[in-house]
Design a protein around this ligand. Sequence first.
Ligand code: ZN
Length: 102
Amino acid sequence: MHQQFIEMDAPVRAITFLLFVILVFLVVRFTLNRIIEIRAKNREAEIKATQQQEQPAVEEPMVRCALCGIHLPQSEAYFDGQHTFCSEGHMRQFHQQQQSQQ
Ligand SMILES: [Zn+2]
């Protein structure tokens, strides 16, 4: 009696299991496609955002530190009337070097 029940139920279970696997596969594939789509859109938006952010930075003139030679935006630089510097410390150091040379 019990044996017969299993034999009758087995194909139904197999089909149900198969349908379940196909359903899971389709859901996973759909979800992955959505994630890939969203990531691609986000990347496009990010690229556009960085391009928009970079444009004003390029317009700002870049100056060179007279001591270490690093390039930095003019708004962040220290200017002593003759030379530009990356920091107040480098400005002082540069003036000390000039004084010792004279
Ligand atoms: Zn410097």
